[in-house]
Design a protein. Structure first.
Length: 216
């Protein structure tokens, strides 16, 4: 003999199922939140590793800076960036205060790090350790072309009667007068940076009217 469920039993079963479903919704939502939090927090291996990288102040160029730039001008073209240690070059300067007096030895491009070896005591030392400064008096035809731009490199020749020979390769113009203000027949004093071993030959050639400057 089968027993048919009464309406009361059916209503009780439906109500019980509704209660379970209503109870299950917040439980499921809570489980989703917990899973989401676990996904965000994770094990900590990746996120904390990235967060714990030590960043160190590093002095870099924020724009192009030519060699020979003095310290005061150089300061206006630099900035401090925070970089990880492995991205920093050996001998890099950390702050403007640590920038030594002198002039820039090499050209800098934006983002390039500034090293202690990037600065020399003066313009001559910025060229090379064995260079010295020498002043010579030349008439316009022997210098005005290549010397029209102070800071350029020139080759110096000794124009002897028997032959013309190269004295110095890549001498640096340290100081020269404005060629627009010179008379075509007037001489002018030019200051050059030349290797110390060649300064005697340069002085002799200039004193005897044989020195020529040739630019490229």
């Amino acid at each position: 003999m089968s027993i048919r469920p009464t309406s009361t039993t059916r209503r009780s079963g439906v109500a019980g199922g509704d209660r379970l479903r209503r109870l299950g919704l917040p439980l499921a939502a809570g489980a989703l939140v917990a899973i989401g939090m676990l996904a965000i927090v994770g094990t900590g291996d990746d996120t904390t590793g990235a967060a714990n990288v030590d960043l160190i102040p590093t002095l870099v160029a924020r724009q192009t800076v030519p060699a020979g730039t003095d310290r005061e001008t150089l300061i206006d073209r630099l900035e401090v960036r925070m970089l990880p240690d492995e991205a920093r070059a050996d001998g890099v300067i950390e702050s403007i205060d640590d920038l030594p007096d002198g002039v820039l030895v090499i050209d800098l491009v934006p983002g390039q790090q500034v090293l202690a070896t990037s600065i020399a005591d003066d313009v001559v030392a910025a060229i090379a350790d064995d260079y010295v400064a020498v002043s010579v008096r030349l008439d316009p035809q022997r210098w005005t072309g290549p010397f029209s731009v102070t800071g350029a490199d020139v080759d110096l020749y000794d124009n002897r009667e028997e032959s013309t020979g190269l004295l110095v390769k890549n001498a640096r113009i340290i100081e020269a007068p404005d060629t627009t203000e010179l008379d075509a027949r007037s001489e002018a004093v030019i200051t050059l940076a030349v290797p110390a071993d060649d300064v005697g030959a340069v002085i002799d050639a200039a004193a005897n009217g044989r020195l020529w400057a040739v630019g490229s």
